[in-house]
Design a protein around this ligand. Structure first.
Ligand SMILES: [Zn+2]
Length: 468
């Protein structure tokens, strides 16, 4: 028997770009969402128009509250679950050296790895992140714990072990030799990619090839990963890494990458052009299933190449503020045609809840100078944290909005569980125009939402349960 969920539904319907998101915003104040036993969306609309065929469906009444698509986090670090708000005494490279490499080394202990995997999954359930690209641990037993915990909870995940073949002393526990790095990635793909259904087009558990960033690997590693990716692309394996995050002139990430590789651009190192002068040395790691975190300081040529290859950017404004990485130029980046989705970047990002990342996106982009300033529309914010994430994960046909036929990945929000939110929604000034009022209501919902108000998290129609 189907189940009907009642409440105020907001979603971005169809398959728009971010530029068209506001025209695709659907607001159904007395909405009904009918979910089949198989977990797909059978019908969506105003409750008064519910077809008689669904009259016998059981009803979950969330009236007075909201129904929105599950949040998608396009970039988060599982081994950094306990590392949000870590003081590193500097920006990206200092923070990695002083805080993150030591923190991630603790996962060498299998019992600790189990605990952090459980807590990571609990956090994801609490904030309604139904799908995520998860930057993994160097340790295979920790990755096993992550995949097991995620699968038991019923969430979606793409993840891969963090590959490092070079690094400072503080990262020594995370490093492997070149051959071992390759063997471990192959093994992870063999054991976990689409393990739940045996088919990458339906699986909730999938694997990515994840070098931490170009500075953590060598030309030899990148060449070998390119060969491996050529082999496994066809089976839906992903690629994930960091790109152009920190542009400090002295000792910054981008300057260091160009100095080490002698390439003209950072992106070239992932694009097979990692030899001096950006000449070709191997296969490209770009493509429809490649997500690059940050891209704060990309050149126009880099953005064009990302767009041309169907690669995506995980935009992480919360993290970029925390590490002083700067602001990704919104208009230039979105205008390039590259898919931009939101990432918490936990733990450099200190917010797990994707709507808090939307909040930071709104603030940083309205604060861009002069004509670069943009006031992101609430529909664009919702798009970035839901449908754009599904698109970046190349799973848009399965989830990301509440269109009929998709898997029912959604959240029930009850403002009564968080007084500041209910006060905001009830006390706000109403607009006479219905559409303008819906935009304002969605904005208040997204900006005021906090974790306690998330009352239910569903993936494929089944309620997700946090591990004990
Ligand atoms: Zn990151």
């Amino acid at each position: 028997m189907s189940t009907t969920y009642l409440g105020h539904i907001f979603h971005v319907a169809g398959s728009p770009t971010v530029a068209d998101a506001r025209e695709h915003l659907v607001s159904l104040p007395d909405g009904a969402l009918v979910v089949s036993d198989a977990g797909t969306i059978e019908w969506i609309g105003a409750a008064r128009d519910l077809p008689p065929t669904f009259a016998g469906a059981s009803v979950v009444d969330n009236r007075g509250g909201y129904i929105v698509p599950g949040f998608v986090d396009a970039h988060m670090h599982f081994p950094q679950t306990y590392s949000t708000d870590s003081y590193g005494g500097g920006q990206l490279l200092e923070w990695l050296d002083n805080c993150i490499f030591p923190a991630e080394s603790r996962l060498a202990d299998p019992a600790f790895a189990e605990r952090i995997a459980r807590d990571f999954t609990r956090r994801r359930v609490a904030v309604g992140t139904t799908a995520a690209m998860v930057f993994g641990s160097a340790f295979p037993h920790a990755q096993d714990a992550l995949f097991r915990s995620t699968r038991e909870a019923g969430l979606r995940v793409v993840s891969g072990r963090g590959i490092q073949t070079v690094g400072p002393e503080s990262a020594s526990a995370l490093l492997t030799g070149e051959a071992e790095a390759l063997a471990l990635v192959r093994d992870e793909i063999d054991r976990w990619h689409a393990v739940d259904t045996g088919d990458a087009t339906t699986a909730r558990i999938q694997v990515a090839i994840v070098p931490r960033f170009s500075l953590s690997v060598t030309r030899e590693t990148l060449r070998a990963l390119g060969e491996l990716y050529d082999e496994v692309r066809g089976s839906g394996v992903y690629f994930h890494s960091h790109l152009s995050e920190n542009d400090s002139i002295i000792g910054g990430e981008i300057a260091a990458v160009k100095a080490v590789y002698e390439t003209t651009s950072y992106l070239d190192t992932y694009d097979g052009r990692f030899m001096p002068g950006s000449t070709e040395g191997g296969s490209s790691l770009l493509g429809r299933r490649s997500i690059f975190a940050h891209g704060v300081h990309c050149t126009d040529d880099e953005l064009a190449r990302l767009a041309e290859t169907g690669s995506s950017i995980a935009h992480c404004p919360t993290s970029q503020q925390f590490l002083g990485s700067g602001t990704m130029p919104w208009k230039r980046t979105a205008g390039s045609g590259v898919t931009v989705a939101l990432g918490s970047d936990v733990g450099a990002g200190d917010e797990w809840l994707i709507s808090r990342v939307m909040n930071d996106a709104f603030k940083v982009h309205i604060s861009e100078p002069l004509e670069a300033s943009v006031s992101l529309h609430p529909a664009e914010l919702l798009f970035l944290g839901t449908l754009a994430g599904a698109r970046a994960l190349d799973m848009e046909e399965r989830f990301g909005n509440l269109d009929v036929g998709k898997d029912a990945d959604f959240l029930l929000i009850d403002p009564e569980r968080w007084e500041p939110l209910s006060m905001l929604l009830e006390g706000r000034v109403r607009a006479d125009d219905e559409r303008v009022d819906a935009d304002r209501e969605l904005f208040a919902l997204l900006m005021g939402l906090r974790e306690p108000a998330i009352a239910g998290v569903y993936v494929q129609g089944t309620r997700v349960v946090a591990p004990e």
